[in-house]
Design a protein around this ligand. Structure first.
Ligand code: NAD
Length: 278
């Protein structure tokens, strides 16, 4: 899927190049947290391969909120930049809400600002869907998984992944249940799912007791094991023989997420030169 999607996106950047436009992403990083640097590297590599320019705006870990807002103002005003990805969570000393509200909706390619959230709620308007939630939807679409009338169970209620995904799935006529740490009898609820999405960040949370044949399992979780290996929330070895389909970790949702980010930057560039959305 990633290969097919990359091919389509590359054709779109070539078309933009014919119009003299290079899609450009600004990555805004505060500090040098390892997971931020890893995501920055992955996104920059993907962008470069697709003909998307990247510039990193790096501020020290002790930067004040005002310095971050000034950096966002510069990005908003820079016509060469079409999208901005602030790496989050930001340090606790920075007012995340002010940052989210400052970024121009046209450049909010990870869907964190108020206009993007309103778009999620209403299904129309400015901004973009959060990349990870959108990646789950694109995976289901690519593999022809019907959502209409299906029961989707999402483990997790975060603003970053799970709640946006719940809204996207409702928009696609699924019946959605959101589970969290206070949910009673998680395995029984999971077994009622046609589509099970886990975004808890707990390795091995979803085992055989949560699964039944015929299910589609999307594993969003990324957990680093003691040996430094990446693992999902789902115990893949137990799930794979039971369910209809499952996304692996690594190589599943994460790979598609960076492609969705690229797609949003390309869309923003197309919008800026009047080419419109696909
Ligand atoms: P978060 O910590 O904000 O939210 C986790 C949610 O899971 C919470 O709402 C919590 O209630 C729920 N949860 C935790 N343990 C649970 C349990 N035992 N039973 C039921 N519910 C439980 O995390 P997040 O930012 O939403 O990210 C979730 C996971 O997805 C993390 O592993 C993160 O690394 C990963 N992630 C992956 C991508 C990607 O592109 N693949 C992108 C973002 C996040």
């Amino acid at each position: 899927m990633a290969k097919a999607m990359a091919g389509q996106l590359h054709r779109r950047t070539e078309e933009l190049a014919r119009h003299g436009v290079e899609p450009r992403l600004a990555i805004l990083r505060v500090g040098d947290h390892g997971s931020d640097l890893a995501y920055e590297r992955a996104a920059a590599k993907r962008c470069a391969a697709l003909g998307i320019g990247v510039e990193t705006v790096a501020l020290p870990g002790d930067a004040a909120t005002e310095a971050v807002l000034e950096a966002i103002d510069r990005i908003n005003a820079d016509e060469r930049i079409h999208g901005c990805l602030p790496l989050r969570p930001l340090p606790e000393t920075i007012d995340d809400s002010l940052v989210r509200h400052r970024l121009s909706a046209h450049k909010d390619v990870d869907g964190i600002g108020p206009a993007s959230l309103a778009r999620l709620f209403t299904g129309s308007g400015e901004g973009f869907s959060p990349c990870t939630a959108q990646a789950c939807l694109e995976l289901l679409d690519y593999y022809g998984v019907a959502m209409r009338g299906k029961h989707a169970v999402i483990i997790g209620r975060s603003l970053v992944v799970s709640r946006p995904l719940a809204l996207l799935l409702v928009e696609r006529d699924a019946t959605v249940t959101i589970c969290h740490t206070k949910t009673v009898d998680l395995p029984a609820l999971c077994r009622t799912a046609d589509i099970l999405v886990s975004a808890a960040g707990k390795a091995g949370l979803v085992g055989a007791s949560c699964l039944r044949p015929g299910q589609i399992v999307v594993d969003v979780g990324v957990n680093v094991s003691g040996e430094g290996k990446l693992r999902g929330d789902v115990c893949f070895e137990q799930a794979e023989p039971i369910v209809e389909a499952i996304t692996p970790v690594p190589g599943g949702v994460g790979s598609v997420t960076t492609l969705v980010l690229c797609k949003h930057v390309i869309q923003a560039a197309e919008d800026s030169c009047g080419a419109g959305r696909d």
